[in-house]
Design a protein around this ligand. Structure first.
Ligand code: HMG
Length: 324
């Protein structure tokens, strides 16, 4: 289906024109996690060429960071079993970082065999319950395992991003105290992560709990070392992202078409959709460098490939209503 035709150009310009001239300070970097966080939870195998085509489309939208895949055990997450083929198949563009998620040294070794991997992401949990289900060890053991990965990665000059999951609530342990998040984040920063992405894995956070969690972190670090990663299970993702922006965070993780969820976090839905985040940022006058129309097209591509409706409200409104 043609996404745009000439007769609709005027309408399109109107719809996509709300970005205002912005100060440098207001730039927000979006980390697109759809190809990894988004697809890892899909029950049916997504063909590698579909994943590659999605990433190539995303590379044309203006995104500066696209998480491509994970090198986790295929026994645990079969959907990511084609990691090397997917990474090798994409057309990498200059100026875009393509991190991959790494759980252990074995995963790092596998990633190092693939040409072109320059950035990795490691992941820990602020709660024991989720850590045990997700990586088969306690949160503390998980941090020690990550240390091994980071020490080895440093020998290869890789950039290392850190995730902390369950930053406000755990599906197994319940509410998570901010101090647990601060403790794990501090350890990862000290080990050499350039940034910590704060994952509300099951989307239970509210303005108040997310605010308290970030405030606690700001006693040991600065907002430029933090990113926010919200799942939208309870419809709070955009509010929680705004809360992070108000506290000075300028990196937002999101997932095209609102794909996603973690196979080991029961009931968790997808991330905040990248289309919704970009629309919101544009409306707030916060520059992000992303072409919303191309993003909507990428979102529509993957929704059609998966045979399910988009979870993005903005995608629905712009694509389906106006047939762009
Ligand atoms: C960490 C382990 C491996 C421990 O799993 P384990 O079973 O304790 O590990 P193991 O060392 O006993 O290995 C089991 C088997 O897996 C193999 N194996 C072991 N490691 C690898 C590897 N890297 N690549 C390929 N194969 C591997 C290993 O060789 C062995 O194979 P076997 O001998 O039975 O044939 C496992 O628990 C795992 O892979 N977990 C990952 C789960 C996952 O991917 N979860 C989703 C990502 S996290 C997330 O989504 C949250 C986030 C980041 O988005 C932020 C947020 O939203 O909060």
């Amino acid at each position: 289906m043609s996404v745009i035709n000439n007769s609709k150009t005027l309408l399109t310009r109107k719809l996509f024109s709300h970005a205002r001239p912005l100060s440098k300070d207001s730039f927000v970097r979006i980390v697109e996690v759809g190809p990894r966080d988004g697809l890892q939870n899909e029950p049916k195998t997504v063909p590698s060429d579909v994943k590659i085509s999605l990433i190539d489309r995303l590379s044309d939208t203006g995104l500066k960071t696209i998480e491509v895949t994970s090198f986790v055990s295929p026994k645990w997450v079969p959907q990511m079993g084609d990691n090397a083929a997917v990474f090798s198949g994409i057309k990498r563009k200059a100026g875009i970082s393509y991190p991959v998620l790494i759980p252990n040294v074995k995963g790092l070794e596998a990633a190092l065999k693939v040409e072109g991997i320059e950035e990795i992401a490691v992941f820990a949990s602020a709660s024991d319950g989720f850590s045990k289900k997700n990586v088969n060890c306690t949160a503390e053991e998980g941090v020690q395992r990550i240390k091994g990965v980071i020490d080895a990665a440093k020998n290869h000059n890789l950039r290392i991003r850190g995730y902390v999951s369950c930053v406000v609530g755990c599906p197994y342990d319940g509410p998570v105290h901010p101090s647990s998040v601060t403790k794990v984040s501090e350890a990862l920063l000290e080990m050499g992560c350039y940034e910590i992405s704060l994952g509300d894995t099951i989307g239970v956070g509210t303005k108040q709990t997310v605010h308290a969690m970030i405030k606690d972190l700001l006693s040991i670090t600065t907002p430029d070392k933090l990113a926010i990663h919200c799942h939208d299970t309870y419809g709070q993702a955009l509010v929680n992202i705004c809360t992070a922006l108000e506290l000075g965070i300028r990196v937002v993780d999101s997932s095209v078409s609102g794909l996603g969820g973690c196979p080991y976090a029961k009931g968790a839905t997808g991330n905040a959709s990248t289309e919704d985040v970009v629309y919101m940022l544009n409306g707030m006058g916060m520059n992000n460098g992303i072409d919303l129309k191309k993003l909507v097209e990428a979102g529509n591509y993957i929704s059609e490939a998966l045979g399910k409706p988009t979870a993005s409200r903005v995608n629905k409104a712009l694509y389906q209503k106006y047939n762009l």
